[in-house]
Each structure stands twice: as C-alpha cells, then as structure tokens.
Design a protein around this ligand. Structure first.
Ligand code: NAD
Length: 292
C-alpha cells in the first residue's frame, strides 16, 4: 500500500531516492535547504512540514551534526509509531543519540546508510545496512526494495553505521594496497595486464583489484578509464575513514591500517591534487612519487 513519506535532504543521493519512491506510487513530500524540484515529489516549506503526518521520514544529509539538528526539529512533529529512517553516513555516536531521542518520542528509529553511490541511487540498486528494531525494519523493507536491491538488518541502533564504516575502512585499505603494489610492479618492469591477471585470480584479489581496478585500460571499466572522475570521490572516502577513526577511538579498538589509510587520503585530498578525484586516483599519486 502507498505510504506517506517525508524526505529531507534531496542532494545527489536523496534526490533520486525520493524520486524512485514517488515513481513506485508512494506519496512523497520533500524538503531541502537548497531549492530542489523533482518530478512527482511535492515540496514542503520546512522539514517539519515534510515530516508531519508521515508514516516514514527519511533523512539523507551531509553529516551527524546536521542530522542531529534536523532530528531535534522533526521528531516532536512526527506522529506516534512512525519510522524515522536516516540513510546518511554519520558517526555511530550521533546515530545512537538520534535513535534514542526518536525512540523516547514513541517513534521507530532506523540507521540505514547505503553503498552503491549516485549510480545506485538513480538505478534503485543501493545496499542498505540497517540498525534498529525488527518492527521498524519490516515497515521500511518495501522502501528499501524500491530504492535498493539489498538490505541487511545488522542489529540494534548504530549497527548500520558500524557495518558501513567497517566495510569502507577495508575498502580504503585495499585500494591503497592495490595502488602501491601497481606502482611497485611498474618500477620492477612488470606489465600491468600481467599484474592484473595474476593478482585478480590469486590471494591478493579484492573488490579494489577485480571490480574497480585503479589502472586505466586494465580489468572491467572503472573511473580509472574516465580520467579518475568519481565514481567514489577521495573526499568521501576520507570522510568515512575519519568516521572509522572516531568510532575506533570511542570503542578502544586498534585500527592501525585504517589510520594509515586515513592519513594518506587526508594528505591526498588536502595537500595534493586529490580533491574531487576518484579514490582510485591514488595510483597516479603513487606513480608520481619515489620513496622520499
Ligand atoms: P549532497 O551534499 O549532494 O546532499 C545533501 C543535501 O542535504 C544537500 O542537497 C543539502 O542542501 C541538504 N541539506 C543540508 N542541510 C540541510 C538541512 N538542515 N535541512 C535539509 N536539507 C539539508 O550529498 P550526497 O552525496 O547526497 O550524500 C548524502 C549522504 O549520503 C552523506 O552522508 C554521504 O556520506 C552519504 N553517501 C553518499 C554517497 C555518494 O556517492 N554521494 C554514497 C554513499 C553514501
């Protein structure tokens, strides 16, 4: 049956996600601080107006601070029993704080960050990693099935964010390892195609090598074949690695490889030419440097 949905944050991800829900027949009212008009999506004058009477309120916002301020405004306006569904990537502590406030107000909170990028948002093929009660997950499941092709219930509130940052910490580390190994192979005179053929079928394989190969002209089509235009921007990888560090500090977990990847992406984005480039552009960056 059609649900009434308030959608707050209609950016690169939220815009197409809201549109896919409207296309599937749901009654969607959107709000963004920027002027955004989307076919089939009604526009509200405020976040509160978008949230009032909604069965589900979805947020897709830049960070935890903005999420907390929007949640403080919207939660008191929502009807009892409604689902507060945050799909942003934020720190685990903010996700858990917002979920506690929503639950105290009689709502069903879910944290459901996504992977799949803007292409997945447009095509409706995102993966949702979901924290929160089973009842909320069951209510939101039909919406996950429209906006995505996979949703995994990861347990209590905050666990969706935990799954997301752990996954992306592995991704950042394997991408850097793959790029530095390609740069070493080049200097040793090993052909890139031979390197790919061996590693992609040997124990060094990973998604970074096999699916998203950072070397242009090698392996399946990837941002390397498009001059390293994102794709998944290095800036966003840096954001996720910083969230992983914050979570590791809060939980007293030892994550030295995650920290090393974070420091390399910080330097790449903030001091080198990495801002706005795909995160696999670490390969030309390693190529350009010697050991010094
Ligand atoms: P974006 O900057 O394109 O969109 C964010 C939107 O939120 C903007 O339109 C902005 O105007 C709006 N906004 C900011 N403050 C607001 C407020 N107080 N009230 C209402 N609207 C407000 O970012 P995006 O790429 O859509 O990413 C959104 C989230 O999804 C981020 O947390 C990001 O980390 C995560 N994410 C992004 C990708 C990606 O590839 N872009 C992939 C996975 C996850």
């Amino acid at each position: 049956h059609a649900m009434k949905i308030g959608f707050i944050g209609l950016g690169n991800m939220g815009g197409p996600m809201a549109q896919n829900l409207a296309k599937a027949g749901h009654d969607v009212t959107g709000f963004d601080t920027q002027t955004v008009t989307l076919d089939g999506v009604a526009t509200a004058a405020s976040a509160t107006e978008a949230a009032r009477d909604a069965d589900v309120v979805i947020t897709m916002l830049p960070n935890g601070e903005i999420l907390k301020s929007v949640a403080a405004e919207v939660i008191p306006a929502m009807k009892a029993g409604a689902v507060f569904l945050d799909c942003s990537t934020v720190d685990v502590d903010s996700a858990r704080a917002v979920a506690a406030d929503a639950a105290a107000a009689g709502l069903l909170p879910l944290d459901a960050p996504v992977s799949g990028g803007t292409g997945g948002a447009q095509a409706g093929t995102l993966t949702f990693m979901v924290g929160g009660d089973a009842a909320g997950f069951e209510t939101a499941k039909p919406l996950f099935d429209i906006m995505g092709s996979k949703s995994v219930h990861c347990g209590a509130s905050g666990n969706g964010q935990a799954a997301k940052i752990c996954n992306n910490m592995i991704l950042g580390v394997t991408m850097i390892a793959t790029c530095e190994a390609f740069a070493l192979a080049d200097k040793l005179g090993l052909d890139r195609q031979a390197m790919f053929d061996v590693v992609s079928t040997s124990s060094g394989q990973s998604w970074s090598m096999n699916t998203y190969c950072p070397a242009p002209g090698i392996g399946p089509k990837s941002p390397a074949d498009n001059d390293y235009k994102p794709g998944f921007a290095a800036d966003l990888m840096l954001k996720d690695l910083r969230l992983a560090r914050a979570a590791a500090e809060g939980a007293d977990a030892d994550t030295p490889m995650g920290q090393a990847a974070m420091a390399l992406y910080a330097r790449f984005v903030e001091e080198e030419d990495g801002a706005g480039r795909d995160f696999s552009a670490m390969l030309p960056r390693f190529e350009a440097r010697g050991r010094g």
